[in-house]
Write a protein that binds this ligand. Structure first.
Ligand code: KIV
Length: 271
């Protein structure tokens, strides 16, 4: 199916309509103006300013260190680029877990200071009060269940979640709770495809999967992973669409050797 370029701006309502029509939702992360311009122009439906910026932009091992101010900086750069896509921003670790007032203040700062269209946070029933308070302020909320990287030290590993029935049942209940509260969508990360498919058909709101199989209403990947900028990160769920690490590395090597050989700049490249 081709991209519907008629849509002036993708909204939470457009995503709901896509689910109803059976049109899959394409979402990617972006963290800066130039990358977001390319992604938006290529017809992406949703740009996620993910807290994965902590890994791919800042080089941290986990998503935990990134701050609210840093997320706002990334988000406002992306918002300036996005002409069509819906821009969703992660609430970073430590900006919403304390209490629902803190969660609301963090969500308001993101919306007010970056101009983004929605926020995402990780968790189910435990964060129901915060989700509800943010929604009451008129801020659209996307949930995130399954592997929730902000809880990595509780899980211990990045392996597939909800393989056991007890955890699968908790995930079903969390999904229903997020829908009942009024979330417009939920990300399902690294869970069995059969469970993601079952949950997707039981929900009215769209699910967006990452490592959750083809039964979800949409898919999301981290842009650096799918473009092959991250050398060596090759989980099973990742399809790498380019090998930009090698492309960029070769270009830089070429430049270095041209400068050293006094081949750059040439007569035509100077004033
Ligand atoms: O931060 C992020 O990039 C995410 C996606 C992996 C869903 O939350």
């Amino acid at each position: 199916m081709s991209v519907n370029k008629e849509i002036k701006r993708v909204t939470t309502h457009s995503l709901q309509a896509m689910k109803a029509k059976g049109e899959k939702i394409a979402m990617l992360t972006a963290y800066d103006y130039s990358m977001a311009t390319i992604v938006d122009d290529a017809g992406i439906d949703v740009i996620l300013v993910g807290d994965s910026a902590s890994n791919v932009m800042a080089g941290h091992e986990t998503t935990l260190p990134i701050t609210l101010d840093q997320m706002i900086y990334h988000a406002s750069s992306v918002v300036r680029a996005a002409k069509r896509a819906l821009v969703v921003v992660d609430l970073p670790f430590g900006s919403y877990q304390g209490n629902s007032k803190e969660a609301l203040n963090s969500a308001i700062r993101i919306m007010k200071e970056s101009g983004a269209h929605a926020i995402k946070l990780e968790g189910g029933v435990e964060i129901a009060e915060s989700v509800s308070r943010i929604l009451t302020a008129g801020i659209p909320v996307m949930g995130h269940l399954g592997l929730t990287p902000q809880s990595i030290y509780k899980f211990g590993t990045y392996t597939v979640r909800a393989k056991e029935e007890a955890e699968a049942q908790k995930l079903r209940e969390d999904c229903l709770k997020l829908q009942e509260l009024g979330c417009f969508s939920v990300v399902l990360e690294k869970i069995p495809a059969a469970l993601a498919k079952e949950v997707t058909s039981s929900l009215q709101i769209p699910t967006i999967g990452i490592g959750a199989g083809q039964g979800c209403d949409g898919q999301v990947l981290v842009i650096h992973d799918m473009l092959g900028i991250n050398k060596g990160f090759r989980p099973r769920f990742l399809r790498q669409y380019a090998n930009l690490y090698d492309v960029m590395n070769e270009a830089v090597q070429h430049y270095v050797s041209d400068v050293k050989a006094q081949d750059f700049p040439s007569d035509k490249e100077q004033y």
